[in-house]
Design a protein around this ligand. Structure first.
Ligand SMILES: [Zn+2]
Length: 187
């Protein structure tokens, strides 16, 4: 129910009529039909990568079922060089570490039966908590040290992800031009 914003990619030389038919069909099956129109930006040279294409569309979107397609260089078929492999291994390791750290530092592991929410002051029965958040005000109940440590790990993860992308983007010859297509429909 609501306003659906979808993205898809397609080959540069795709059959636009087929793509539009697929979008119209999905909007009909899953929602109230397709409004359109779709703007295919042939005048815009391919953007550096998929993220840039997404940003470009966001910047040109008037926000009301205003659909756009723009080209970008896709590196998903980049070769996994030893350097990329090493970065991917580090990336996988930090994700595991985050998972373990979160498990170890869960509010469920606190000794007290009740946890005070630092934001709204509620006394919460630990056994009835289903997450790390206060059910009343959604404040994260974990300690500042835990949250800072997690933020540090997440920063490392995002730095590694950026490095992997940058390494792949060095392989200009492996890049394929694709369309990023953003469409919206109401359901
Ligand atoms: Zn609270």
């Amino acid at each position: 129910m609501g306003h659906n914003i979808c993205h898809m990619t397609a080959d540069e030389k795709c059959d636009r009529r087929k793509i539009m038919n697929a979008i119209i069909e999905r909007a009909m099956d899953d929602g109230d039909g397709y409004n359109g129109p779709m703007h295919w930006h042939d005048e815009v040279p391919p953007l550096k990568n998929c993220d840039e294409a997404e940003k470009w569309i966001e910047a040109h979107d008037t926000g009301w079922y205003d659909d756009h397609a723009v080209r970008f260089y896709d590196y998903t078929s980049a070769e996994i060089t030893p350097k990329i492999k090493e970065l991917q291994n580090k990336h996988a390791a930090i994700i595991l570490k985050i998972g373990e750290y979160e498990k170890q530092h869960s509010v469920k592991n606190l000794k007290a039966a009740f946890i005070g929410c630092p934001e709204c002051g509620s006394k919460l029965a630990k056994d009835r908590l289903h997450s790390e958040f206060c059910p009343l005000c959604r404040t994260d109940l974990r300690s500042k040290t835990t949250l800072d440590t997690l933020a540090g790990y997440r920063q490392k993860q995002s730095d590694l992800w950026g490095k992997i992308k940058a390494e792949k983007e060095k392989q200009k010859s492996k890049a394929k031009v694709k369309w990023l297509i953003k469409y919206e429909y109401h359901s």
